[in-house]
Design a protein around this ligand. Sequence first.
Ligand SMILES: NC(=O)c1ccc[n+]([C@@H]2O[C@H](COP(=O)([O-])OP(=O)(O)OC[C@H]3O[C@@H](n4cnc5c(N)ncnc54)[C@H](O)[C@@H]3O)[C@@H](O)[C@H]2O)c1
Length: 327
Amino acid sequence: MSVLVTGVAGFIGSHVAGALLARGEAVVGVDNFSDYYDPVLKFARLKPLREDKGFHFLEADVADRTAMLDLARQYGDLDRIVHLAAQPGVRHSMVDPYIYVQTNVMGHLVMLELARGLATQKEGGLKHFVYASSSSVYGGNAKLPFAVSDPVDRPVSLYAATKRADELMTETYGHLYGLRATGLRYFTVYGPWGRPDMSPWIFAKAIHEGRTLHLNHQGRIRRDFSYIDDIVAGTLAVLDRPPAAAGHRVYNLGAARSEDIGRVVALFEKALGRTAQVELRPGEPGDMPETAADIEGTTRDFGWTPKVTVEQGIPLFVDWFKTYNRL
Ligand SMILES: NC(=O)c1ccc[n+]([C@@H]2O[C@H](COP(=O)([O-])OP(=O)(O)OC[C@H]3O[C@@H](n4cnc5c(N)ncnc54)[C@H](O)[C@@H]3O)[C@@H](O)[C@H]2O)c1
């Protein structure tokens, strides 16, 4: 039996695939090496995975129906899917909206069709379809922390709207076609092999180079920063426990600690041994000033709790950042 991991050359996907291989699972990985950020980082993440005999890689676009449905024929023993491929980033969705709908909506639909085919045609069926949603679906919600039961009908970015569309489409497929599916609303994930477009990388780079660091919302930002190892453990805990019956459910995966951005910058200064040049400015459209995860349901149903604090995680990220960038 094997697990399909899409977005396997990505930050979260490469870690999830590594953890699955480490526990002896066979993994089929898919990625199209999108050039949203430097694909060199994606090739580097994939290198250690390719050395494992249990890993098979296919360079393909998840929105390519023919390639994805062929994959089901090629790897007949797929029994679980972790669908993480996406066009991420809130701001870029104002620059190139079409790629968000193409990858996150059409790509998600193709994955649902693949899952439907496996669930209905294959003996034993597909055990579980797990996919990445995002804390961004909470949009302009004023109530904190964000709970899965909160309304999510006011996305403030197209990225968020595509992630919410994924949740709604999956709900329909659970209802109509007997899929067992779980959506994970990840909250600002960081750690080694992280993304260059996200704040931890941007902070580390600016502080190291002595360049000005811009903080939106006049610095009045709070974020739920989730360390990658916790997120991988949470993703696998969920993958291992599909819903008892056909259907769809959604969980938050976050640290459940909302950090003041000033304190986070101070931790970066300490880890890098340099002082940040900070400039405060107003919020940008699409930005959420605060995120905080209510993870009660995730802890209750999977026994999962995040363990790594920002005091521990930021130095670990900075160590990797310096090594990777040869600083
Ligand atoms: N990192 C976070 O903080 C965060 C937070 C919320 C949600 N998410 C979601 O988690 C998932 C993984 O995020 P990540 O941080 O690892 O991002 P990432 O960009 O590092 O990984 C996504 C991977 O998907 C690949 N990809 C993009 N378009 C594709 C396509 N059409 N076909 C095949 N592959 C494609 C990219 O090349 C990339 O390697 C995404 O769905 C993202 O929206 C991430």
